[in-house]
Design a protein. Structure first.
Length: 433
């Protein structure tokens, strides 16, 4: 046996594959990226709270049929991008590729229709799509979203759009455009789809579009193939084909946006890639960036598609990584330079030994203090304090540890003073004020 092992090692003398990498399309969020991520997350959270949304979360895993029926068979998400798995018990599950269907599933499951309507819900968490990784398209990314479930009133369409517009405002992202459209309802959409499909069938379209013309004609307008681009311009426009109720609904959404002074442009060719949308759809774009920042719309039929009662709803979502990329591209500074913490310097073994409990004492007194036990020399520690913008440095040397005192040094003026240890917290607080 040992002989065998040796043989194997010899023949497989290549580098052992013991170094791991993140799976394709996924990434680590390293410490220097967190300030931006946290800024976006906190802004999203406070915005949701401001607009009276309540937080919800759903499992990362759902029954795969939820998305097949909710998002739709003919969509990219379900056909190409969804991660499916079969459990040992034989259940077919999916990593959630989006949140809207799970949130609606939760609304139905927990009988939220019995609570005052509409329900305003928000979420933030990871979603998974097996896309071809391109710049800033991750297979695991973080989605923030808001949903208003239980009302068909156009004022809620406007509220969602306004909330997402405010999100970019609060993050200081400038030149945001909202593209908006209405894609009609059960009454008016079928006739339009037929028109669209007939128009495209006469043209020399790509293979994907040939399938779309049969299965999902609205998606014809979403084709990215250069071959199909010229056909869009003269394609029948849905806005000309809306039923009176949809036209009225859309007009009211726009009136609310006008009232709130939210800039938008009509894009009669905007359709969303998901089957559950009806009436209002929108996407927000930043000047100079091709991908949408946020997108959403009304989904009055989703509840029925997944086995609930008819429940009108509207919502939208944005990818945190996308927003972070825009913030980076635009060179937006997300936060004022952080105020440094007080730095505690130890010199010598005895002082090092005591420094740990000393730091704790300051923390208990509500003073943010940090130290670096791995550094021994005074100068190295001073350097570190300066690098971290410490407003004050506490020098606790051999002498001070005997005398139960500590030196407080003001880093700006360079003035230092010896104070008794028992008064240190109080003195530090005074200086920080
Ligand atoms: Zn309609
Ligand atoms: Zn095409």
């Amino acid at each position: 046996m040992p002989q065998d092992n040796k043989e194997k090692r010899k023949s497989g003398d290549k580098k052992p594959s013991n170094s791991f990498q993140t799976p394709k399309g996924t990434r680590d969020v390293l410490p220097d990226e967190w300030p931006v991520v946290e800024k976006i997350t906190n802004t999203a959270k406070s915005l949701s709270e401001f607009y009276n949304f309540l937080r919800i979360d759903t499992p990362i895993l759902e029954q795969s049929d939820l998305f097949v029926r909710g998002v739709g068979l003919g969509t990219d998400i379900v056909e190409k991008e969804i991660y499916l798995l079969t459990t040992k018990g034989g259940d077919n599950l999916a990593l959630r590729p989006e949140y809207t269907a799970p949130v609606m599933r939760s609304y139905i499951q927990h009988g939220m229709s019995h609570l005052p309507q509409p329900r305003r819900l928000w979420y933030i968490g990871p979603v998974f799509r097996h896309e071809t990784p391109q710049a800033m398209r991750y297979r695991q990314f973080t989605q923030f979203g808001m949903e208003i479930i239980g009302s068909a009133d156009p004022i809620f369409d406007a509220e969602i759009i306004i909330a997402f517009y405010r999100l970019s405002e609060e993050l200081k992202i400038k030149n945001v455009t909202i593209e908006i459209n209405s894609i009609g309802c059960k009454t008016c959409q079928p006739a339009y789809k037929k028109k669209l499909s007939e128009y495209y069938k006469k043209l020399d379209i790509c293979d994907d579009c040939k399938t779309r013309a049969e299965k999902n004609p609205l998606r014809l307008l979403d084709c990215k193939d250069p071959k199909c681009q010229p056909f869009k311009q003269t394609a029948p426009v849905i806005l000309d084909n809306l039923c009176p109720a949809c036209r009225q609904h859309f007009r009211q959404v726009l009136e609310y946006l006008d009232e709130a002074k939210i800039p938008y442009v009509l894009n009669p060719r905007l359709v969303r890639g998901l089957d559950y949308y009806s009436r209002t759809v929108f996407e927000t774009f930043v000047e100079g960036e091709t991908a949408a920042l946020a997108s959403g719309g009304r989904y009055d039929y989703l509840a029925e598609l997944i086995g609930g009662r008819s429940t009108p709803a509207v919502g939208a979502a944005a990818g945190i990584e996308r927003i972070a990329e825009v913030i980076k591209n635009k060179g937006i500074s997300v936060q004022p330079k952080a105020k440094g913490k007080v730095f505690l310097i130890h010199v010598g073994d005895m002082s090092k030994k005591k420094s740990l409990s000393l730091v704790e004492e300051f923390r208990r007194a509500g003073i943010p203090v940090f130290n670096e036990p791995s550094k021994e020399s005074l100068s190295a520690q001073m350097e570190l304090a300066a690098k971290n913008n410490a407003p004050l440095v506490l020098i606790f040397g051999q002498k001070e540890s005997y005398e139960e005192s500590i030196i407080i040094r003001d880093m700006e003026s360079g003035v230092q003073e010896v104070v008794p240890l028992s008064k240190a917290a109080e003195e530090v607080k005074k200086r920080l004020r």
